[in-house]
Design a protein around this ligand. Sequence first.
Ligand code: PMP
Length: 378
Amino acid sequence: RCTRVAGMELTELLRVAERVKAIDIALGIPAADPPAPVVDAAVAALRAGRHQYADPAGLPELRAALAAGLRRTHGIDVDPATELTITCGATEALFATLLAVTDPGDEVVVVQPCYESYVGMVELVGAVPVVVGLRTDGWRLDPADLAAAVSARTRAIILNTPHNPTGRVFDAAEVGGVLRLCRERGLVCVTDEVYDHYVFDGARHRSPLSLPGGREHVVLAGSLSKTLNATGWRIGFCVADPATTSAIRRVHERTTIGTNRPMQHGAAALALDSLGDNRSWVQQQRDLMVDRLTAMGFAVFRPEGGWFLMADTRPLGVPAGALCRDLVERAGVLVAPGETFFAEGGEDRWLRMTFVRDPAATRDALDRIERFLADRTG
Ligand code: PMP
């Protein structure tokens, strides 16, 4: 969608970043490794010869561990036999869900700014994306805006909380409003909760699946990419009622059969409630980044969760695309142009940055941005 940044092809921008060895604070690639017991269990599975297909629905012990974790951490009761499927990342969970629940020509409501894959996914399954914006002052989701976008052709709404790219953790009124609309209009609420373990300052993650009436209307996509700091393992999961699960599994079996088995053995050693340390480190780095960017003159919404923030360049009086390009070419820092996260009508004022990269590199990147801005004005 956003293919050009300040007149430069996005692919060219990435090539320049590669050539100048820019510090990348654009992509959500965590500095930390997965927990040692998880890595040890994956290695042990390889050594024990666990090389062949697993149950396509996912390794039973991993499904059991995830179901227990969902109950303990979010109060969600899931039957791992009939309601939980292990997928190749949340990406496959979302795609298989969209294929399973929509017919060609159906409309799917997407909230923007949003994770850049949603709109393409909706189009790829033959459905039609209908875009609803968050309110840019505080990134609030107004259920009335969503209701206005629903038509007789609408089949699903995609919700993402904690939210990429803004860092919002939608509150009870927002999440409840989306679910109420889905119940009233007979829609599927596809909820992407890959950052559910990254919620800061004592805020609470709220899943529409945990609300009354959620079970009949919600399909939840989750991921161990984020929870385990293992984006390359490609392990995600999908929770849905048994009938929807069997449709999703039909898609899953015809597309991937299942994700790799040894890493599922590793992931089965996860203990979701022991991940607090990871969260506090990420929260500290969030604060450092928000405070320093604010001091430089950006307007920054302090993320309530997730891995990313949006910095508004408007108070600096520079368009975001041009600044993004300058930062790569002249300061050696790669940030993501905010336009990438808008399907339509995005203003040229946002930069997305991540606070999960290596702390020393992140500090270096912030120093470079600060120097660049000071040289520019001085
Ligand atoms: N949803 C969101 C909101 C994301 O930010 C990402 C990854 N950046 C994904 C889904 C994809 O997750 P996975 O690696 O599990 O496919």
